[in-house]
Design a protein around this ligand. Structure first.
Ligand code: PAF
Length: 279
């Protein structure tokens, strides 16, 4: 594995990549089993695998956890090495951003509901950095570029799909299933903030989604009824939102099998967690 810390080096080392299919996994580090599942899939499906680790400041809002976001470079490097990554790209902030930057705006509706309301501006920062990273990985025109994203950040995934479509980028976005601990908690780099007691309380989030999926299996498709039942399971948490949307992220009155995402965002102590199921 080659660790690349500069943009010039990345361009150089990928010079002959037009002969290869490339799997790209952008991350903010603190890698866990969820990231590993993306890397494994990328490894299986491509000749070359590039992982980036960059804690992107523009997607953190004022007062969010940018400064205390978990950083574990040494462990992350080991994990990437052991997972067969070819190139680990770890740029600095100065390399990625100018002082006076052109910006990308998330779409006015899909970008500013749910996570977009709670974290106004977050998706602008996500799209901006993902666009930059895509352009760097596309620089030497790989024969095929696939980029891997987890379904856990469902709204992010849908917006990245839209960006690829709207900007005519030659990239296949590969959605990857949510990875959970054995007790059901969706893996997240932010889980390290949870105390033992909070972690146990947080399990209500995945339980509420299980409840929703059971209701759907019992043919209860009414969104309002499902949401009511989910609130009961989440009664001990400070829920920010529960939403039932289709794959276009439009709120729907009734679950449509094969085209629905049920999402929860909740505070557990001071840690904000999100989770969802795709139905
Ligand atoms: O999902 C993440 O880890 C980040 O939002 C991403 C896509 C790496 C952009 O910084």
């Amino acid at each position: 594995m080659t660790i690349v810390n500069s943009i010039e080096e990345l361009k150089e080392i990928t010079q002959d990549f037009s002969r290869y299919s490339v799997g790209f996994v952008p991350t903010m580090g603190a890698l866990h089993e969820g990231h590993l599942s993306l890397i494994r899939k990328a490894r299986e499906e491509n000749d070359k695998v590039i992982v980036s680790i960059f804690v992107n400041p523009t997607q953190f809002l004022e007062g969010e956890d940018l400064d205390k976001y978990p950083r574990r470079d040494e462990a992350d490097i080991k994990i990437c090495e052991l997972s067969g990554v070819d190139i680990l790209f770890m740029p600095s902030i100065d390399m990625m951003y100018d002082r006076d930057e052109l910006s990308i705006s998330a779409p006015a509706i899909r970008g500013f509901i749910l996570e977009g309301t709670k974290r106004a501006g977050h998706f602008n920062g996500v799209l901006q950095i993902v666009m930059k990273l895509f352009n760097l990985v596309l620089y030497n025109r790989p024969a095929k570029l696939r980029a891997y994203f987890g379904k856990k950040d469902a709204q992010q995934l849908v917006l990245i799909w839209q960006m690829v479509k709207n900007y005519f980028l030659n990239i296949e976005i590969v959605p990857c299933d949510i990875i959970r601990d054995s007790d059901g908690l969706a893996l997240s780099s932010r889980n390290v903030y949870l105390s033992k007691e909070e972690r146990s309380k947080a399990l209500a989030i995945s339980r509420s989604l299980k409840r929703a999926s059971k209701l759907v299996m019992q043919n209860e498709l009414n969104s309002a009824k499902i949401i009511d039942e989910m609130y009961k399971v989440l009664s001990e948490l400070e829920v920010e939102y529960i939403a039932i949307v289709n794959r276009e992220f439009k709120q729907i009155d009734n679950v449509e099998i094969g085209d629905t995402i049920i999402l929860v965002a909740s505070l557990v102590g001071t840690t904000r967690l999100i989770d969802n199921i795709w139905i």
